[in-house]
Design a protein around this ligand. Structure first.
Ligand code: PLP
Length: 392
């Protein structure tokens, strides 16, 4: 067999895909062990029934043929209205391309704005897929830190240096895994760096409805940024629709047109019945979205209470998102060692910080995705486990 391409082999050449611990937890579950899974950012709650009904009605009505590749006009109008409201800059339907989740939007956006061999900068820690997505697009990965002691806000001086000669910068606020919501001063710094180095900004805002301690601010709304920013959005987190694969990219018309060309050649668009249900979710299911996101705010507060004064681990309560990061350096040599030992001893699966970059070493990420009673119980066991290891 001829070799696969260097580009595809490079996707995970240096490291695994970051999900090895989840794979191990799944194997334990298959072998009959009880495991509490706090790894994936996936709601325990099912998709709200009214959204499912909208899909069934559309499919029954015959919306099962090829659908508009860029998205139906009605869905694009709904995404545009949401983007304008949440980013503070006007957005029209021709500025939106609907994609198979935020993940496809990330890849398509990178393919649309940067050429193979160019550099994209990401912050460390970062969402687990970012380096692989960049490499799949043929791009070189450069990182700049967002350190725990700075509340995981970007180090602007280091970012400025990293962006020299780059083509694009990819940021994520509210942030997965750190829970940071970037504040105005840092976002203004990011915007200035983008303008200075003439960069495209890919702004991943899939958690834009989950900011707790300060409002979510989109860099797209800052002066001179709408013309160089592509916002990535998704219904996965806001409407408990992870498996539906419905997301989008929104930005300047010329870039969105190229994203449509990429989307046409990748998947030829999304099923019409999924787009119809997505339209329903965005226009009719505001109450469901509010209830789903409020649950994470409550769980975040519960986690802070449950882990206050813990030995061997430290939680900085997150500003937003679906996760908490625990600094476990008092209980283990690294996040991976802690997560593996916790899975073995307690049957609780959490993500090693190292899955999200070297900047999260010594941490683990806990997804707040189980109901309150189960979460408090699991956190109590993590707390006791860390205390035992700290004392040993
Ligand atoms: N971006 C971030 C920061 C995420 O956490 C996720 C999923 O966890 C995604 C993008 C991709 O989401 P989806 O493809 O399900 O829309």
């Amino acid at each position: 067999m001829p070799d696969p391409s260097r580009r595809s082999r490079a996707i995970y050449a240096d490291e695994g895909d970051g999900w090895e611990l989840l794979d191990r937890a799944r194997a334990m579950i298959r072998a009959g062990r009880q495991v509490i899974n706090l790894t994936l950012g996936e709601h325990e709650d099912p998709t709200p029934p009214r959204i499912v009904e909208a899909l069934v009605a559309a499919a029954r009505a015959g919306d099962t043929r090829y659908a508009p590749v860029q998205g139906t006009p009605a869905l694009r109008a709904a995404v545009a209205a949401r983007t304008a409201a949440r980013t503070g800059a006007p957005c029209g339907p021709d500025q939106v391309a609907v994609t198979a989740g935020g993940q496809a939007a990330l890849l398509y956006a990178l393919l649309a704005v940067a050429d193979a061999g160019e550099t994209c900068v990401i912050l460390d820690p970062h969402y687990a897929t970012y380096p692989g997505t960049l490499r799949a697009a043929g791009l070189a990965v450069r990182t700049a830190p967002a350190r725990p002691e700075a509340g995981f806000q970007p180090d602007l001086a280091a970012l400025d240096a990293a962006c020299r000669g780059a083509r694009a910068l990819l940021i994520n606020t509210p942030n997965n895994p750190t829970g940071a919501v970037y504040d105005r001063a840092h976002l203004e710094g990011v915007a200035e760096i983008c303008r200075r180095h003439d960069l495209w900004l890919i702004s991943d805002e899939v958690y834009d409805g989950m900011a707790w301690t300060r409002p979510h601010l989109s860099p797209r709304g800052l002066p001179g940024m709408a013309e160089r920013t592509l916002v990535i959005g998704s219904l996965s987190k806001s409407h408990a629709m992870t498996g539906w694969r419905l997301g989008w990219a929104a930005g300047p018309v010329a870039a969105v047109e190229v994203i449509r060309d990429v989307a046409l050649n990748a998947a030829y668009g999304l099923p019409g019945f999924i787009q119809a249900a997505g339209l329903f979710a965005l226009t009719e299911a505001g109450a469901e979205e509010a209830a789903l996101t409020a649950a994470f705010r409550r769980r975040r507060d519960l986690a802070a209470e449950a882990l206050a004064g813990a030995r061997g681990l430290r939680l900085s309560p997150p500003d937003g998102g679906m996760y908490v990061m625990l600094d476990v350096r008092g209980a283990a040599s690294g996040g991976g060692a802690f997560a593996e030992a916790l899975l073995e001893a307690e049957g609780i699966a959490v993500m090693p910080g190292e899955s999200f970059g070297a900047g999260a070493a010594g941490h683990v990420r806990v997804a707040l995705t189980v109901p309150e009673a189960a979460l408090v119980q699991a956190l109590g066991r993590i707390r006791d486990f860390a205390a035992r290891r700290a004392a040993a």
